[in-house]
Design a protein around this ligand. Structure first.
Ligand SMILES: [Zn+2]
Length: 137
């Protein structure tokens, strides 16, 4: 059986408010976790978690490391759904996919395959495939 691992990274702040005394997350009137007005650095934290548990895991399964060149490609990205690709260092994966505006990236790791779906103002869901760049130098 194939185990799929999902991880979502977003540029939007996901910091929550915790009760000073109990240390528990405060809920809003809808019962959802209350979002903080102040960002405590959630993006950097989430990025570290992604790199450590998803990216490194995928690289290990492909006998690669963060300095390995990878190809990030999409058949339909941006508002006009164009195809394109970039060859970058594995450690720059998220930087390559990140946009200036608000965005979210939903990664799926399945065996040796890493894919991502990017959502933003202009994209309802742009599919990306991440692969080891096996071309000759
Ligand atoms: Zn935050």
């Amino acid at each position: 059986m194939t185990e799929k691992q999902h991880f979502t990274l977003t540029s939007e702040c996901v910091c929550t408010v915790t009760d000073q005394e109990t240390g528990e997350v405060v809920l809003d009137e809808y019962g959802d976790e209350k979002r903080s007005d102040y960002c405590y650095g959630c993006y950097e934290e989430e990025l570290d978690v992604f790199n450590e548990f998803v990216l490194d895991e995928w690289l290990a399964r492909n006998d690669a490391d963060r300095d390995t060149r990878i190809i990030v490609s999409s058949e339909a990205m941006n508002w006009d759904r164009v195809a394109g690709y970039a060859s970058v260092s594995a450690k720059d994966l998220v930087e390559t996919l990140a946009l200036d505006s608000l965005w979210s990236l939903e990664f799926t790791l399945e065996e040796k395959t890493l894919t991502a779906v990017r959502r933003s103002h202009d994209e309802l869901g742009a599919p990306f495939v991440v692969a080891i760049d096996t071309r000759e130098e």
